[in-house]
Design a protein around this ligand. Structure first.
Ligand code: AMP
Length: 143
């Protein structure tokens, strides 16, 4: 199973915004869409950062709630680790575990085409395990 299989199931919609968006507006977007992170893109659509609820909580703890007026550019992660459609789910799990993050943008030829979360990876793993168990039961019953 690979990233392409996950995108086929969940779709390719990614919530993005620009670096000048305030942390308050980012928080509203996270709440509105029920998501944990937003990819930050430049006007040409290139990924320039990623911000998650953790970044916002960290900034509020550091500087107080007035930080919500600041642009996301000040606290987003700029060294974004992305994946490709051909990457395996095992590879994604290894990357997410090694870097301790729960989201990976999918980028092909410099273009953002999807986003995979740890929830998507776990869901896929469970589906795989269920399919294997069903095949095994079928094999035992008919073998
Ligand atoms: P998360 O666990 O995804 O909520 O994010 C934890 C931290 O990792 C936050 O500082 C995020 O900005 C950062 N982060 C999340 N996803 C990525 C990614 N794909 N590449 C680089 N940093 C990330």
């Amino acid at each position: 199973m690979n990233v392409a299989a996950i995108l086929k199931l969940k779709g390719r919609e990614v919530f993005t915004t620009t670096p000048d968006t305030s942390l308050h507006d980012i928080s509203k977007l996270l709440g509105l869409h029920g998501i944990g992170c937003i990819v930050i893109t430049a006007s040409d659509g290139k990924v320039v950062g990623i911000v998650s609820e953790r970044d916002i909580v960290r900034e509020i703890a550091r500087a107080g709630a007035t930080v919500l007026k600041e642009p996301v550019a000040k606290c987003m992660t700029t060294s974004v680790v992305s994946c490709r459609e051909s990457d395996t789910i095992d590879r994604l799990m290894a990357e997410m575990t090694a870097h301790r993050f729960r989201h990976m943008p999918v980028v092909e030829r410099g273009r953002l085409i999807g986003l995979v979360s740890i929830g998507d990876v776990v869901r896929m793993r469970i589906a795989e395990a269920e399919m294997e168990a069903a095949a095994m039961r079928e094999y035992i019953a008919t073998g």
